[in-house]
Design a binder for this molecule. Structure first.
Ligand code: SF4
Ligand code: SF4
Length: 393
């Protein structure tokens, strides 16, 4: 953005005037799962271990190790770090890691349930601002619904107290909901309240689709699968605010331009982002835990992982005949949540189509007028053209 500038700063349009031309970052954003542990035990959570899990705590990287990694990330041109979990504020050294990130000039995205926000932390976030809104999960509008999701007595009061501290200290927050059996009837109330809290006219995003556990530790997956809504209900909820969403869906299909053949990764432009779990294992994104796509940073540098390992992962190809027959020829690719991480969580492979996401995408396509009921997207040769023709002028 151009504009008036002070004596020490020259503002230039990003992407032009050579701002990135000679020094494009090798890694724009780094996601760090500081811990798998959390004080809540949410019905739908695909990550968490108990807060008191001593084995998990013992394996987590230390603050010193994170600070070293953040320095390496900054050296690669990284601009943003996202701290998530589990619940990142469970770490009693969170403040040191946070200060280290901001000291390196990194913007900080913090994902939290807010239950552990203290007056000290709120002051820190006021005095050393993260430069991104703190993203707070809001699992219900009342103790009854909230704690039916979190399964942690007292968590609603702790959440409201933590959120109140952030607001009192003027820390910008963004809220996120989850469309779950105990909270479905509260969606309108959540959206009205979120507008008051954040001052934003845009409704908070609510998760409608739920992933199985990416660590494939099984016991909870039947519970998570039972929380999933049908394609028709997904469409109904997505259309609550009007039909513009249908045109967005047509746009995704028009832009994706048809099936991707045996190419697996469509989501990961080089240099955009990488993720590291609580134990220092680097992945393209946190749910992608197939052993062939994970690199131990204890055995090498971040630069080697980002410039050597990740590009090799991006080149992996699909071999599953069902994938090649369906996803490889499907014009709904830009709409569909199917990806290697989802295949991994559901099937333990990188390339098995996930029927749940397939059904959701087909319901969206029918609603958008791109498929007839019962028609299969991979049998349609001119799907992207259909999407372009049906877009609003
Ligand atoms: S608060 Fe977040 S990390 Fe904790 S159990 Fe719930 S969804 Fe999982
Ligand atoms: S809609 Fe079905 S066939 Fe198409 S990409 Fe998604 S999972 Fe694959």
């Amino acid at each position: 953005m151009t504009g008036r500038a002070g004596p020490y700063v020259r503002k230039v349009p990003s992407g032009r005037d050579g701002l990135w031309a000679s020094s494009r970052p090798r890694l724009a954003r780094l996601d760090i799962e500081l811990t798998e542990r959390c004080g809540n035990d949410c019905l739908h959570c695909s990550v968490n271990r108990p807060a008191g899990d001593a084995g998990a705590r013992a394996r987590e990287w230390t603050a010193g190790a994170w600070l070293d990694l953040l320095k390496q990330a900054a050296d690669l041109g990284c601009l943003v770090v996202r701290f998530t979990g589990g619940e990142p504020l469970l770490r009693d050294d969170f403040e040191a890691v946070y200060r280290g990130a901001r000291g390196l000039g990194l913007r900080v995205m913090l994902f939290t349930n807010a239950t552990l926000v203290t007056p000290r932390l709120a002051r820190l976030l006021r005095d050393v601002p993260p430069l991104e809104a703190v993203e707070v999960s809001a699992y219900g509008m009342a103790a009854e619904s909230y704690e039916a999701v979190t399964r942690a007595p007292g968590s609603f009061a702790a959440f409201r107290r933590g959120l109140g501290l952030l607001r009192e200290h003027g820390v910008p927050v963004a809220l996120k909901g989850a469309y779950l059996p105990p909270t479905r009837r509260e969606l309108d109330e959540l959206e009205a309240w979120a507008a008051q809290v954040t001052g934003s006219p845009d409704p908070p995003p609510s998760a409608l689709l739920f992933d199985l556990r990416s660590r494939r530790d099984g016991a909870k997956n039947a519970l998570i699968a039972g929380l999933r809504i049908s394609g028709d209900e997904f469409v109904r909820v997505a259309r609550r605010r009007g039909e513009a969403v249908l045109d967005e869906w047509r746009g995704f299909c028009a832009r994706s331009g048809g099936g991707g053949g045996d190419r697996l990764f469509h989501c990961l432009p080089e240099g955009r982002s990488a993720a590291v779990d609580a134990y220092g294992r680097l992945q393209h994104c946190l749910p992608l835990r197939h052993p062939g796509t994970v690199c131990d940073l204890g055995a090498g540098s971040l630069r080697e992982a980002v410039t050597g390992f990740l590009p090799r992962v991006r080149e992996l190809r699909a071999t599953d005949p069902a994938y090649l027959e369906r996803c490889g020829r499907c014009f709904l690719r830009g709409l569909c949540e199917q990806c290697p991480a989802k295949s991994w969580a559901e099937h333990g492979t990188l390339d098995t189509p996930v029927e749940y996401f397939c059904g959701i995408a087909h319901a969206q396509a029918v609603a958008a007028g791109l498929l007839a009921p019962g028609e299969k997207a991979w049998t349609v040769a001119d799907g992207a053209e259909r999407a372009k023709r049906r877009r609003r002028p």
